[in-house]
Design a protein around this ligand. Structure first.
Ligand code: NAD
Length: 477
């Protein structure tokens, strides 16, 4: 374990790391080529304990730091990230394999989230005071919870780190964050950038595997709350572990977004959006527009327009002028190709893509039709560049297909009929519903799921509230 004076538990700075991993290290790969780009410490439960110790020691002072001061530090971090935006975007692009423009977009979104939480930090308040029992005055306080353990996925490592850290810090908690084992680089950079602004121990990073480092964080008795963005299976594992020590749990899990395209939709807008939102980040996107459901009158035309648009997408690494990059790992590519193969065997038709491309971990952008509602490809979150298209006879059937999955993160409805849009948005069992668009986020609005997509909010004032506990103070007059 390397420990810096700032209380950040992490590997040596980027550029100083050896290219061949030692026994307690992990090679970080470029998904576009499979080559090693860096080496990071593979930490263990002892390192988690040390990081939690730092965070515990920092909590008393940080929890009483004024909202204004916390806000100033979050703004300062946003300034420093802005100054380092090119470096961060380049590292994110290389580590995740995403086109550089997408990584730049991710860094810009993270800066916006930081500035939002910097402002919101000063607006966190309990309910107004009142007299509810004769002779007594009641008031509510919102207080920080303690040490928060944050666990992030590999699809947006930098943005997810900011979504976790900013509201938790704004509310007065200290943090130990564990990035995904494949993509720790920009989280380590973030901690290094934050180290000169935030007090020692407020932000700590531990690197390593989910089953060891992540599990140790979820089980640590001094961690008061665990916040995960990841898969449903990991959400289950963390909930079990957290129950042992009575932790609060905050889960942002997988999606499986339906895209309802009705006969009266603006077809070319829907097609362009499915091309972008279905294959953004190579489909490794919890809100990916992956389940298109088109009504009878538009289904054939939609496929006629969509298929060539998807076939013409350029795939390539960060340095190519590509529309879509590789998947994160060979493991993820095999998983995605396995879904496609099994869908074919079950009678589905692959209209385009469905094949790997080497070197690196690429899968061609894929459209699959003739899929049964209860089939694996419809019911599972594929998390790759795969879009299914289903035919629905009418609005009722479209709604039944859309709601007929366990996940409930996001959905979109494409129609010019305001009444239909209103009806559908009410009936859809998803945390976000877009009308005539898909994959547009706002820092001011909550991001959270229904059903197997988890509970708790990222983004918005609600995220800060999730990282607080409420105290009722009653004063006898
Ligand atoms: P994952 O669940 O495999 O891993 C997520 C994180 O959990 C990683 O840091 C991993 O190391 C850790 N982890 C794994 N097993 C663990 C355990 N037993 N205990 C503690 N930590 C453990 O997910 P992934 O494959 O990295 O990411 C993809 C998933 O994340 C998808 O399901 C995707 O939809 C979801 N996701 C959701 C959102 C959202 O906002 N709802 C956003 C992005 C990604």
């Amino acid at each position: 374990m390397q420990r810096q004076a700032t209380g950040i538990t992490a590997a040596p700075a980027a550029g100083q790391r050896p290219r061949t991993p030692g026994p307690d290290q992990r090679a970080i790969l470029d998904p576009a080529t499979g080559e090693t780009i860096d080496v990071v410490a593979e930490q263990d439960a002892g390192d988690v304990d040390a990081a939690v110790h730092f965070a515990t020691a920092a909590f008393p002072e940080w929890s009483v730091t004024t909202p204004r001061r916390r806000s100033e530090m979050l703004h300062e971090l946003a300034d420093r990230i802005t100054a380092n935006a090119d470096r961060l975007a380049a590292a994110e692009s290389r580590n995740v394999g995403k086109p550089l423009d997408m990584a730049r977009d991710e860094v810009a979104q993270a800066i916006d989230a930081l500035r939002f939480f910097a402002g919101a930090a000063r607006c966190v308040a309990g309910e107004p005071t009142g007299e509810y029992v004769e002779g007594y005055t009641s008031s509510l306080r919102r207080e920080p919870i303690g040490v928060v353990g944050s666990i992030t996925p590999w699809n947006y490592p930098f943005l997810m780190a900011v979504w976790k850290l900013a509201p938790a810090l704004a509310a007065g908690n200290t943090c130990v964050i564990k990035p995904a084992e494949e993509t720790p680089l920009t989280t380590l950079m973030l901690a290094e950038i934050a180290a000169t602004t935030f007090p020692v121990g407020t932000i700590n990073v531990v690197t390593g595997a989910g089953a060891t480092v992540g599990a140790a964080l979820a089980m640590n008795p001094r961690v008061a709350m665990i916040s995960l963005t990841g898969s449903y299976a990991t959400g289950q594992a963390i909930s079990h572990a957290a129950a042992e020590t009575g932790k609060r749990v905050h889960l942002e899990l997988g999606g499986n977004a339906p895209v309802l395209v009705f006969d009266d939709a603006d077809l070319s807008a829907a097609v362009q959006t499915i091309r972008t939102a279905g294959y953004w980040n190579a489909g490794q996107e919890c809100a990916a527009a992956c389940r298109v459901i088109a009504t009878d009158g538009i289904y054939d035309e939609l496929l006629r327009e969509l298929t060539p648009v998807v076939e013409s997408m350029r795939i390539g690494g960060p340095t190519d002028a590509a529309d879509m990059g590789p998947l994160i790992s060979e493991k993820q590519r095999s998983r995605v190709l396995g879904f496609i193969d099994r869908a074919r065997s079950a009678g589905a038709r692959v209209l385009c893509g469905g094949r790997p491309r080497n070197p690196g971990y690429f899968v061609e952008p894929t459209i699959i039709v003739d899929v049964a509602q209860d089939s694996e490809i419809v019911q599972s979150e594929v998390f790759g560049p795969v879009v299914t298209v289903q035919r629905a006879a009418d609005e009722n059937e479209a709604m039944r297909l859309a709601n007929g999955v366990a996940q409930g993160l996001s959905a979109s409805v494409w129609t010019r009929d305001l009444q239909r849009a209103t009806r559908c948005s009410r009936a859809l069992k998803f945390g976000t519903v877009w009308i005539n668009d898909h994959l547009v986020l706002a820092s001011e609005m909550p991001w959270s799921g229904f059903g197997h997509s988890g509970h708790g909010h990222d983004q918005s004032v609600m995220a800060i509230e999730d990282y607080t506990q409420v105290k009722h103070v009653m004063v006898r007059a």
